[in-house]
Ligand binder design. Structure first.
Ligand SMILES: [Zn+2]
Length: 327
């Protein structure tokens, strides 16, 4: 839908539906995307959600059993695929999707685990194998933006405490990554170099925020959006292009980073934007991790899109680096 006042004032929206298969019955979700005429940011409305828990009280007092401990019976299949199992990991359709290809990935469903220290390297390895299997099964070829997301802890937005990733495969980049990719493309046109790589190399010269310089490059953000925010990239054109040896090294590095992060900062959000499916991308896969204690955002973040934090990036880098070395 497009309602046009003039060239610079338009109300744009589009709608699509997603179907899940749960208990032998199809569940249909209508998802609407709208573009904010002021910022051009996209927002999503899942018009079919009626029963998702919305208050903390409801979540914490809920006595019902954990659906992720019994995925066979308690979680939905995709319309185009049954749930996928590898080892103790499982991937299935999100019960409350807000994208056409929106999966939940439980690294270990055999134990009710809440943190990365309770799972092992193999669980994380199998989880990434499931992501590969998932994108290979997607029936539409023009969905190329692969986002691996995580809310760890209720304060970070998780509605189930059982450790799980959310995998979104999108046709268009999300707001933040659209800005990032536009920047990277313009940068490449001008300098014939990758922005993120130059950002890291510049940080290396300055040597104030660098944490890790291996297959994963990791540093603390110069201007973070949340406390103890880390940013990094994987030194490859796509995670799933890595050779077996390199892939194992990547999982090992990532596992160490996640265990260290939760040990230091407990609850957090994570996104990995993987570029495997993008041809001629001007970026490597990006990683962002941000701390999320309760009550950490308010009017500045929501109404002003301006972030107020209290951690000092240079101190975060030092602290994280010291602790990472101990793992
Ligand atoms: Zn569980």
């Amino acid at each position: 839908m497009e309602k046009i006042y003039n060239e610079d004032l338009k109300l744009i929206s589009q709608e699509y539906s997603v179907r899940n298969l749960f208990n032998n019955e199809f569940e249909r979700f209508i998802i609407e995307e709208r573009i904010d005429p002021i910022t051009s940011f996209k927002i999503r409305i899942n018009k079919s959600i009626k029963s998702k828990p919305r208050s903390y009280k409801e979540i914490h007092t809920k006595k019902s059993k954990c659906p992720f401990c019994d995925p066979d019976n308690e979680t939905p299949d995709f319309e185009f695929s049954k749930k996928i199992y590898i080892g103790d990991s499982v991937l299935f359709s999100n019960k409350y999707p807000y994208g056409k290809y929106h999966a939940v990935l439980v690294p270990n469903y055999k134990k009710h685990v809440k943190s990365f220290s309770q799972i092992n390297y193999l669980d994380l390895y199998n989880s990434f194998m499931l992501i590969k299997e998932f994108y290979e099964r997607i029936p539409e070829g023009d969905y190329k933006y692969l986002f691996i997301n995580l809310n760890k802890g209720f304060s970070a937005g998780a509605s189930q405490e059982h450790l799980h990733f959310q995998i979104l495969i999108e046709k268009e980049p999300t707001n933040y990554f659209k800005i990032y990719l536009d920047k990277s493309n313009k940068y490449f046109d001008k300098y014939k170099k990758f922005f993120i790589e130059d950002y890291f190399n510049f940080e290396k010269q300055l040597n104030e925020r660098i944490i890790f310089d291996g297959l994963i490059k990791l540093w603390s953000s110069f201007a973070p959006f949340r406390n103890n925010e880390l940013i990094g990239y994987v030194d490859t054109f796509g995670i799933f292009f890595l050779s077996q040896n390199k892939f194992e090294e990547f999982i090992k590095n990532l596992y160490n980073i996640l265990v260290t992060y939760e040990k230091l900062y407990e609850n957090f959000n994570l996104v990995i934007f993987d570029t495997t499916l993008l041809r001629e991308s001007r970026s490597y896969p990006i990683i962002k991790i941000l701390q999320r204690p309760l009550f950490d955002i308010g009017y500045m973040e929501i109404c002003h899109l301006e972030y107020v934090i209290s951690s000092i990036p240079e101190e975060t880098a030092k602290e994280f680096k010291e602790n990472l070395e101990k793992v």
